[in-house]
Design a protein around this ligand. Structure first.
Ligand SMILES: Cc1cc2nc3c(=O)[nH]c(=O)nc-3n(C[C@H](O)[C@H](O)[C@H](O)COP(=O)(O)OP(=O)(O)OC[C@H]3O[C@@H](n4cnc5c(N)ncnc54)[C@H](O)[C@@H]3O)c2cc1C
Length: 400
């Protein structure tokens, strides 16, 4: 496998780097210390900058570069997408509504009516809208198929009742893609359907759930007799599980994670090279050196694995290795947890500080320490991913 970039790819990477460095000069301060997701959805100024970047990326044709040309995309190669994801993640740039651009839009392309494609895809492509993902409920997370929110047809409208929870970005969203039970007589994954919901409809109430570090990222969303026009049903009634399985695959591709980790790692490296403890640089401490070496080796290994996935995607061979995306998700999220755990540990009591002039690296490690816990839960918990690795990757019996 040749990992070297071609001349065109090098030029693309340089163009992206220049562009992001320039644009991030005007990013609000929250983008320096918080994770990009929190910086985007927590504060008004963070979200405003995200919306600005959405439009800038759309103007450049990068927001939808992976989309087919017939929907205004560039059909960019997997290599170009990987380069984009890496540079975009490394510089912690917002501007991509992954719920709309990378999850719901491809689902619409595969399953929705021509009218829906014409109405819903262009605003996503222009970076004008924000979506949220209405799947999880208080009693349906890993076991999503047991959800109980209902959407019952009454004339030209479905009447939606129920509750969603952990709904990221719902407080900023214009739309939600909702999974609901259209046939309450059916159990589990039968009788489910997908809807495009306007968040402003009467009967929808969004309540914040504050994250442990005090930021507002996700919500609970209540539906009380919400009237949704039947034109908002996506695909065929009762086919919701098939559509949702497709959307899940778009959710779990995971490229770019290692570039974001590298940025954190480089900041840590700089910190240990310039910070003294008991008269000696941390970089001279054998425990610090050994742990950093282990993390770096794992980071490079995970990165190589992500290139293998990109290569498989490029060759159209992902179907032969269905566990690869799960392997990547488990490895990169747990590596980040190890990195920030270790950082806050060797920073000592200073590592617990945020919003203080004494907080090392602007408090970004303790912020990450709290934020990263969610990463082994969302997009399918790591236990569920390990189950997939066991049966789909290793051929072990599937336990029901
Ligand atoms: C930061 C964050 C953002 C999120 N954003 C969204 C969003 O935007 N939209 C949305 O719909 N949801 C969202 N979620 C919800 C997320 O999808 C669920 O939390 C997740 O699917 C787990 O469901 P649960 O919380 O109900 O836990 P449960 O499913 O109840 O699991 C509890 C524990 O049991 C384990 N477990 C469950 N089943 C098995 C099994 N078969 N084998 C082994 N272990 C098992 C789990 O791994 C977990 O450790 C988000 C979650 C987080 C943390």
């Amino acid at each position: 496998m040749d990992f070297n970039l071609t001349e065109d790819q090098k030029a693309f990477k340089a163009e992206l780097t220049d562009f992001f460095l320039e644009e991030m000069k005007q990013a609000p301060e929250c983008y320096q210390t918080s994770t990009p997701i929190e910086a985007t959805y927590d504060t008004d100024e963070g979200f405003k900058f995200h919306q600005y970047m959405q439009k800038r990326l759309a103007e450049k044709g990068w927001l939808t570069m992976a989309w087919p040309k017939e929907y205004g995309g560039k059909e960019a190669s997997i290599a170009e997408q990987v380069i984009f994801n890496e540079v975009h993640s490394y510089y912690r740039v917002p501007g991509i509504d992954r719920f709309g651009v990378t999850m719901f839009a491809p689902t619409l392309m595969l399953f929705s009516s021509e009218e829906q494609k014409a109405r819903l895809l262009p605003p996503i492509a222009r970076g004008e809208v924000q979506y949220s993902q209405g799947w999880s409920e208080p009693n349906a997370g890993s076991d999503l198929a047991s959800l109980s929110t209902t959407a019952v047809l009454d004339g030209d409208h479905y009447i939606v009742n129920g509750q969603k929870t952990w709904t990221s970005a719902a407080h900023r969203a214009d739309h939600m893609f909702l999974l609901a039970r259209t046939d309450p007589s059916k159990k589990r994954n039968a009788g489910l359907s997908v809807f495009n919901i306007e968040m402003g409809l009467p009967g929808i109430e969004v309540r914040p759930i504050m994250y442990m570090n005090g930021s507002h990222f996700y919500n609970e969303v209540f539906f009380t007799d919400v009237r949704v026009h039947k034109d908002e049903l996506v695909g065929t009634e009762g086919d919701g599980w098939k559509l949702t399985r497709a959307t899940m695959n778009f959710e779990r591709s995971g490229a770019g994670a290692y570039a974001a980790l590298l940025r954190h790692f480089e900041e840590l490296l700089e910190y240990v090279k310039t910070t003294k403890r008991h008269g000696k640089l941390l970089a001279e401490d054998p425990v610090v050196r050994r742990k950093l070496a282990i993390i770096y080796a794992d980071l490079r290994a995970g990165w190589a694995h992500s290139y293998m996935i990109a290569w498989l995607q490029d060759q159209g061979k992902m179907a032969f290795t269905p566990a690869a995306a799960s392997e990547s998700k488990v490895f990169n999220t747990e590596l980040k947890q190890r990195m920030v755990n270790f950082a806050t540990e060797f920073m000592g009591p200073y590592g617990q500080l945020e919003n203080s002039k004494w907080a090392p690296l602007g408090g970004s490690m303790v912020e990450g320490y709290q934020a990263v816990i969610g990463s082994t839960i969302y997009a399918g918990t790591n236990e569920i991913q390990r189950n997939i690795i066991a049966w789909a990757g290793l051929g072990l019996p599937r336990i029901k």
